[in-house]
Write a protein that binds this ligand. Structure first.
Ligand SMILES: Nc1ncnc2c1ncn2[C@@H]1O[C@H](COP(=O)(O)OP(=O)(O)OP(=O)(O)O)[C@@H](O)[C@H]1O
Length: 770
């Protein structure tokens, strides 16, 4: 199941994050009224009468912050004038920025009040940006390190130079080409992102097969596509398989008699079978599809396979391809025993299996035990390393400039737009940016926000139109007709939200719930786009993809694991080029994640704060534009998006979905890192603002999804009443059991959900990658 389409069988309990009702903020009168109102509400629910009290929506603290029962306002920040508990110092009134009228169930809070502040020092780990770091994944500058000296034929070496503009090997290529051209032992190849691992395993494979073809010709035999399948390369995703296949075809254009092909799904098995029937010498495949063909395609003869490459080994395991790989390896072992009628001259006795990744996790040991025998470790580093050492040693490219932005939940959306505005302010400063989000719903919603038609910024008072913009109530049939999904085919648009004045920016979206053909064409369009562009995507684009000219990576939603972080930021600063990466974190427990970032041994890790981003993004250097300061401009923009969401049912539902899916995704960080991403500490009310939602989080429901605890409680009550009326004690007991069983199941469901959503959101299967 894909990440955005997941209608999982549990919903976050509406009151799960609500502490005991306490009312803070505003004057004592506000707090008293709020408490009385809440008491009145519960009396009313119990059927007791009470004197009329003001509706809660009418109450607003003096700071414009609406403090809701069930929501946790942040603690007042300490001020130099007084300790906690003293009246906060109000720098300026915010009221003028917010609409004067609000409607039932709708709460509008200011972007700039009650935000949690950072608890860490600003100076930490900030390094001078002007200090340039030597690229660590660049081609070698060593005259002795020529491809011919490493064992490649002069034909292949000159093809690399003249046709592919590859002059010298990278460090990992030097080691691996030398090793794999000379020996048949299994190998682990581990090197940082963008260091040329694809050629590190393809070059020796092509070289060895070209030698076989040469030997056959010398012995008077004809080498052609029917001579045998000699190498299989497995990759976890279709996109990656296609990319490997393209590099391979480029290489093989100097050996046109060696034929390669792919079986990766996404097209009919019949046409794949037809290709296999024609014969081929090198096959690039996804594990599931290959296992399928090994089962059902008789013409697929794997008895002569002598090279098996498992690219992105740890990812293959993460995505649950273990069984498929096990099956493939045992079929290869079994069929390699077949006695050949016409043995191929020069074909090695044993099969060489190569495992390759930028990050080597414990799971790789498992894969190694399935597929490898006494492997040699090949890393770019000069020292020989054990697996554990390799696991600890992975790092980001040295020349990559990393930073993190500490942004409170309410300001996330505006700060993101500000960062993008700043990045694309000057023509040519950033060409391509990849923006990572946690799930497909998030990608879809933000794509729409970035490409929406903006209303005139001169519209000063929009209060009058607030009610007319209200979302029309969705009828039951509408909901059914919509089926809980939004059909959206547009994958490219002009970024109205952050295009520079003379610098139009294109936005693309990519995630695993899109049709394969759309995914492929979107990637192609992004790659070929000559305008500055942003690819908003899930982790489907985090592994192995080599998209040219990406100079900025933004992780708006934190990665699910530190390995994912390295792969994401590794889409830039490739093969010695420069690159920048920024991750968004929230003040509070997420700040601790900086320690994890440091584990990737970045040469620099600069910190940005929300105010700094907003100021740079929303105002000129003077800080004031047309009499408005950057806070006003950011607020106007946020309000505009909120109104846009309210005005259209589709956008509203998209925002709902994105909010809910994001929270689910938030719960799926690896156990080791969950402490930094603690759902209980996430201020859902504030976070909703980053999705331009004005509703109370517990009321946010996506049509077709299972009701939350509140709704279940209501149903339970109704069912109890019914059971009571019918005086059917046994039935009641049965219903109770159902609910208790439901509660027990919920734990199980949550566990399943965590696993499923992690898989779906990171790309659970090659056929439906998220
Ligand atoms: N020797 C070389 N000289 C110059 N460029 C190279 C060389 N080898 C590879 N490249 C280029 O470097 C880029 C990255 O290569 P590749 O995709 O193989 O990296 P990788 O190590 O597999 O990265 P990842 O871990 O992200 O998958 C590609 O654009 C490739 O063309």
């Amino acid at each position: 199941m894909a990440d955005d389409g997941m209608l999982l069988n549990f919903e976050l309990p509406s009151d799960a994050f609500a502490p005991k009702q306490t009312f803070k903020g505003g004057s004592w009168k506000d707090r008293l009224t709020a408490r009385k109102s809440a008491e009145y509400g519960s009396m009313k629910a119990r059927g007791e009468s009470g004197r009329s009290l003001p509706q809660f929506k009418e109450m607003r603290s003096k700071d414009e912050e609406l403090i809701l029962p069930g929501e946790r306002p942040n603690k007042r920040p300490r001020t130099s004038e007084g300790g906690r508990g003293t009246k906060p110092v109000r720098t300026e009134p915010r009221d003028h920025r917010l609409p004067k009228s609000i409607t039932k169930g709708e709460y509008i809070s200011s972007l700039f009040t009650y935000n949690q502040e950072s608890s860490t020092k600003h100076e930490e780990f900030t390094v001078d940006d002007s200090v340039s770091a030597e690229p660590s994944n660049a081609p070698l500058n060593d005259e002795l390190a020529t491809f011919t000296k490493l064992g490649l034929s002069s034909t292949l070496a000159s093809h690399l130079l003249n046709k592919m503009e590859i002059k010298a090997p990278t460090a990992i290529q030097r080691k691996s080409v030398e090793q794999l051209c000379a020996t048949d032992s299994d190998a682990f190849i581990q090197a940082e992102t963008g260091s040329g691992k694809t050629l590190a395993y393809l070059l020796p494979v092509v070289q060895r097969i070209s030698q076989i073809s040469k030997q056959m010709k010398e012995e008077g035999q004809n080498f052609n596509r029917k001579s045998g399948l000699f190498a299989i390369i497995l990759a976890p995703t279709r996109e990656l398989s296609k990319q490997i296949s393209t590099v391979l075809e480029n290489l093989l254009s100097c050996f046109h008699w060696i034929v390669s092909s792919t079986v990766i799904g996404g097209e009919s098995k019949q046409s794949e079978k037809a290709r296999l029937r024609k014969g081929l010498n090198i096959l690039v495949a996804t594990p599931g599809r290959l296992a399928d063909h090994l089962n059902s395609t008789e013409v697929l003869d794997v008895s002569q396979v002598r090279w098996l490459v498992l690219d992105e080994g740890d990812r293959l395991m993460e995505l649950g391809f273990e069984n498929d790989i096990q099956k493939i390896v045992s079929v290869l072992n079994l069929r390699s025993r077949k006695i050949q009628e016409h043995p191929v001259p020069g074909l090695p006795e044993r099969r060489t299996t190569v495992l390759c990744s930028a990050t080597i996790k414990a799971t790789v040991d498992q894969l190694s035990s399935i597929a490898l025998k006494d492997p040699v470790s090949i890393s770019a580093d000069a020292s020989e390393k054990s697996n554990t050492e390799m696991e600890q040693a992975f790092s980001a490219p040295a020349q990559l400039k990393q930073s993190y932005a500490l942004v409170p939940p309410k300001q996330r959306l505006v700060a993101l737009v500000a960062a993008l505005k700043q990045a694309f302010k000057r023509k040519g400063s950033v060409m391509k940016c990849i923006l990572f989000m946690s799930c497909a719903d998030n990608v879809d919603f933000h794509f729409e926000v970035f490409t929406r038609e903006e209303t005139s910024p001169s519209t000063e008072n929009k209060d009058a139109s607030e009610d007319t913009l209200r979302v029309p109530k969705m009828s039951k049939t509408d909901k059914i007709r919509q089926g809980g999904t939004i059909a959206e085919t547009r994958t490219q648009g002009l970024a109205t939200a952050f295009s520079g004045q003379d610098n139009p920016v294109q936005v693309f979206r990519l995630h695993g719930s899109m049709q394969q053909a759309t995914r492929t064409s979107t990637l192609k369009a992004f790659t070929n786009c000559t305008d500055p562009s942003v690819l908003v995507c899930t982790d489907v684009a985090s592994r192995g993809l080599d998209l040219p000219n990406v100079d900025l990576v933004i992780e708006y939603d934190a990665p699910f694991s530190k390995e994912d972080h390295l792969h994401r930021v590794g889409r830039t600063a490739r093969a010695g080029k420069d690159g920048r990466a920024m991750i968004f974190l929230m003040p509070g427990c997420e700040e601790g994640y900086v320690e994890i970032l440091k584990e990737g041994r970045p040469r620099n890790l600069t910190r940005h704060d929300a105010a700094e981003l907003l100021k740079k993004g929303f105002a000129a250097s003077s800080g004031v534009v047309g009499g408005k300061d950057w806070e006003d401009i950011a607020t106007d923009w946020q309000m505009d998006v909120e109104r846009w969401v309210l005005a259209n049912r589709k956008h509203h539902e998209q925002a709902y979905r994105a909010f809910q899916s994001h929270i689910r995704a938030y719960a799926t960080h690896t156990a080791a890192e969950r402490g930094y991403f603690d759902l209980k500490q996430l201020h859902l009310g504030h976070l909703a603002k980053a999705f331009a939602l004005r509703e109370k989080p517990s009321t946010i429901r996506v049509p077709g999804q299972r009701p939350g605890k509140e709704a279940v409680a209501k149903t339970k009550e109704a069912r109890r009443a019914q059971a009571g009326k019918a005086a059917a004690g046994s039935k009641r007991a049965h219903d109770e059991d159902d609910f208790d069983q439901g509660a027990a199941d919920e734990q199980q469901a949550k566990r399943m959900m965590r696993m499923k959503s992690k898989m779906a959101m990171t790309g659970a299967s090659e056929f439906n990658l998220g």
